[in-house]
Write a protein that binds this ligand. Structure first.
Ligand code: OOB
Length: 515
């Protein structure tokens, strides 16, 4: 699952992997930027408005690490973490990093089906959640709410606390991130201290962050994009402040941009459209905004062209994946490159392999990649890894791309069985399995249909036993199974049979074209 020794040695020699850990990094940042703001939050239920300096974050991480350690959390333990955009999210991360326990990054939208699975599959030692209601999502796992965490932290003013034990090394796992997935159950992505720190430090450089920059975290902080591209971690590494927005709406974010003089923000395409429309009606001073990053799903060229004129800032397209590889358009790229490509890789050692359907190298086809921050295998998924990775360690992204001049990539489609609903990834098979649990459903096939706003929406085709259930009943059934709301199909269609491929499999291509 790890990089071969000779490859790891090469990444170290090249200076990508510097032998740092998250815990050590924060300590260094606190020494360097001590009283500068690190995390700014307008507050949410259970988390008061906050303005934490680098020193505050460092100390609070230590105090919580001591409390969690006293509560039995140990090196190597997994802890499912589900918090909204509040500074406690990062406090818990760094506390766990210092112990050497691994956060498992759940999204705020996840419900009992996802959370209970993460807890069981990772044999989690604990589940960190916003409030008492969430505890029901993880029966049998010890849960800590925001209020519990406050009680657990060693009081301020007490002596600095070091968690007992040696703590993690730079090559150890730091956390488990979730894959967008294309299989029945989500896969977990193991990231090491060394590889992840490289990815966000290099990202901060590409995004030209300085201690004067102010990053707006508007997407859920647990997602790889606002976490590390450059995200809050990248901002911290540059000595810059991050503003944690409770939600990504213009109504919430525009006043924050104005008040905190935000310089860079990250959005998925549908939100970029909403922001542009809202900016047109005026009312807020967005003049501090220098860069708007857009990624997670394809941003149309027409929309991309509007960003500069309508928001008065530079667009940066970001094409990344939690498994590793991240591509950026550079801030000084010519306008046509910025609006028509999804950027080029972070690292000179990101290897890009594009294969046509026959497996020959090409400038157009399936994207595979290997590099200093791309995983070599999912966590505890040997069988899946045999198909998701090549024998020589390339990750099959499932994306269809075209190589443009200068090594820039243009995303043209997808070969994986997934729906990208405005940046939220839905594995078709996962939803199909839930639908198949309904007594009236004989067979289910879930596909993406184009949508002008979200890019894609989800349509479920169903073959029923006897009378078809009402659509509202199917929705209620899926809700009762406890899946995240974004996975519930937007449309249901009842059919007598599915179109088939030459080899007798369901032809999703034909279903998609049926609209
Ligand atoms: C980001 O990460 P994930 O893991 O949620 O999703 C990765 C997948 C990619 O394989 C691709 O299918 C799609 O999301 N994607 C894009 C895209 N950015 C991601 N498709 C077209 N255009 C783009 N700009 O989504 C993610 C992780 C780090 C940074 C940015 C996005």
């Amino acid at each position: 699952m790890h990089w071969p020794d000779d490859v790891a040695a090469r990444y170290r020699a090249a200076g990508y992997w510097r032998g740092e850990t998250f815990g050590g990094l924060l300590r260094d940042l606190a020494a360097r930027y001590g009283s500068r703001p690190a995390l700014i939050s307008p507050g949410l239920p259970g988390s008061p408005a906050a303005r934490w300096t680098f020193r505050d974050l460092d100390e609070r991480a230590d105090r919580l690490a001591a409390g969690l350690h006293a509560a039995g959390i140990r090196h190597g333990d997994r802890v499912v973490l589900q918090l909204p955009n509040v500074p406690e999210f990062h406090q818990v991360c760094f506390a766990l990093f210092r112990i050497g326990a691994l956060p498992v990054f759940a999204l705020p939208a996840h419900r009992s089906a996802e959370i209970s699975y993460f807890c069981e599959f990772t044999e989690a030692a604990a589940y960190v959640c916003p409030d008492e209601e969430h505890k029901a999502y993880a029966p049998g796992t010890r849960a800590f709410t925001l209020a519990d965490l406050a009680g657990l932290s060693a009081p301020s003013g007490t002596d600095p606390v070091e968690p007992p034990g040696p703590g993690p090394g730079p090559g150890d796992l730091a956390f488990l991130q979730l894959s967008g997935g294309s299989t029945g159950l989500p896969k977990l992505i193991p990231r090491t201290h060394d590889d992840y720190i490289y990815s966000f430090r290099a990202s901060a450089e590409i995004c030209e962050l300085t201690p004067e920059s102010v990053y707006l975290c508007a997407l859920p902080a647990a997602h790889n994009f606002p976490m590390s591209s450059p995200g809050v971690f990248g901002a911290l590494s540059a000595g810059a402040a991050s503003v944690l927005a409770p939600d990504p709406s213009p109504g919430t974010c525009f006043p924050l941009i104005e008040r905190e003089r935000v310089t860079i923000a990250a959005l998925v395409p549908p939100l970029a459209l909403v922001w542009m429309d809202a900016a047109a009606s005026g009312g807020h001073d967005l003049s501090s905004l220098e860069v708007l990053q857009v990624g997670g799903a394809k941003f149309s060229e027409e929309a991309a062209k509007r960003v500069g004129p309508e928001l008065g800032c530079t667009l940066q397209q970001v094409f990344g994946m939690a498994e590793g590889l991240v591509n950026y358009t550079r801030l000084d790229d010519p306008e046509d490159v910025i609006v028509s490509t999804q950027g080029r890789p972070i690292s000179p050692d990101d290897e890009i392999l594009i294969l046509d359907d026959e497996g020959n190298e090409s400038d157009h086809g399936h994207l595979l990649t290997r590099g200093p921050y791309t995983i070599r295998g999912y966590w505890r998924a040997d069988e899946h890894n045999r198909t998701a990775f090549t024998e020589d360690g390339f990750y099959r992204t499932g994306d269809i791309v075209r190589r443009a001049e200068g090594g820039y990539l243009v995303v043209e489609g997808r070969a994986k069985d997934q729906i990208n609903r405005g940046g939220e990834k839905i594995a078709a098979e996962e939803v199909e399995n839930h639908l198949l649990a309904h007594p009236a459903v004989r067979d289910a096939s879930v596909v993406a249909v184009p949508d002008p706003y979200l890019g894609e929406r989800t349509r479920a085709y169903l073959i029923c036993r006897g009378e078809a259930p009402k659509k509202a009943e199917l929705r209620a059934f899926l809700r009762d199974r406890g899946i995240a709301a974004f996975k519930i199909p937007d449309m249901f269609e009842f059919v007598d049979a599915f179109p088939q491929t030459a080899v007798g499999k369901v032809s999703k291509r034909h279903l998609r074209e049926r609209t």
